[in-house]
Design a protein around this ligand. Sequence first.
Ligand SMILES: [Zn+2]
Ligand SMILES: [Zn+2]
Length: 471
Amino acid sequence: MTFLDDFQAHVDAIATLVPSDVAQVAAMSDDDALRFMDLSAALRKHGDRFSVIAAGVVASRSSRDAGHGGLAQGRGHRNAVALVQEVAGTSRGEAARQVRLGQSLLETAQTEGPDVADAPDVPVAVPWHAPLDRALLDGALTSAQMDAITRGLGAPPEGAEEAWRLAAEQLVTAVSEYTVEDLAATARAVRDRLDPEGAEERFLARYEARGFRMWTDAHGGKHARLDFDDEGAAWVQSLIAAGLRPRLGGPRFVDSEEAAKAQSLVEDPRSNEQLQYDLLMDALRAGALADAEQVFGARQPGVRLVSVLEDSKPGPGHTEDGGHSLPAPAIEQAICNTGYTPVTVDACGNPLDVGREQRLFTPKQRIALAVRDGGCMWHGCGMPASYCEAHHDRGILLCRFHHMNLHHHGHRITRERGGPFVLHPPGGEPVPLHSRSPLRWMWDPPPRAVQSPGLSAAIAATASISTSWSS
Ligand SMILES: [Zn+2]
Ligand SMILES: [Zn+2]
């Protein structure tokens, strides 16, 4: 067992360095103190590895099938995690992590052990996480790093084991570049790249699970809980980041008025939690009154998404801040709504050209769309125009829910010259969509009215419509 030799070497090294009591350690030279820290960290890693292996063995002997005859159960514990937790004196989460990783190690060891070598005719599938297990044993990974990668990548979909194994190998070589948190996020991003369908499923599952709930406790205090979808979360994070930038060490303001505002925020006696709460309430109020400038001043929050074109269509993308991945339909929906800026890069990623911002519709054109469509055009939806997003080059107005539904579930909307918009549900009958504007009869007359020359004249006379808006 080479890792035992390695362990012994570290113990010997630390024994020559460290005298027997703490007072003498405290008197060490700087160089020795650093070396002491180094060796201690290495020993910790060794200990960590032993714990993981032991936890795996305990778990394999305490399976649910083993019932009361199981190792942990026989000693009065519910399961292996409870036993590990008691023996190691760790949190439940840490014990669960050790069991998880230990089981993974054993699974790989069983495909590489001597029994397997003796029976070469029996094909054995090497688990996708084998590179991680080996790296943990070789000391190239800590158990925290291994857990971040394992959970970030998740189990591969059927038939993708090889791709997952390669991804695991690559992540192992890059661990020193990341914090454990970033490693988990990177592993999730890799997973979503490798499995765009699964990524979209997870995206939609989180969207499906979105929710807001308020309740009153026994003393009359009000509380709330928010379960975010990906885009909603990115939006709120960017809103908070924009509002609290001076506190979170953001860029300095050049404008003296802005700088003074930033300084007063730094000195504000409110806690970050209180500031975030006040910011959210301000944003809600401003949203209700539609005046964002009053809340955010010159720096309005927004989420920038990055996507690579595949066959001149946007592929899956990620948020510029945080690198959270998003499926292609979410990118397309954002392009509909807010436009995009094309960036051309060379083979090394160096920017060659940054194009002009492309917007499908200006705020003024949006007013015209509201006059035309009168609100969400989806059949049976009552959302008013100011809540809608403009879809595609015709700018048909759809509420956020229906716009999302359209992009993610394979619906299409077409319009023949002069005819109505038509919704084509996947595998269903086409549904004509009608404007909800009070003025709709002027350009979409009811069949009988078309026959009446008098009404046609009236339509022509009122063809110029005026609308007013503030600012
Ligand atoms: Zn759209
Ligand atoms: Zn709608």
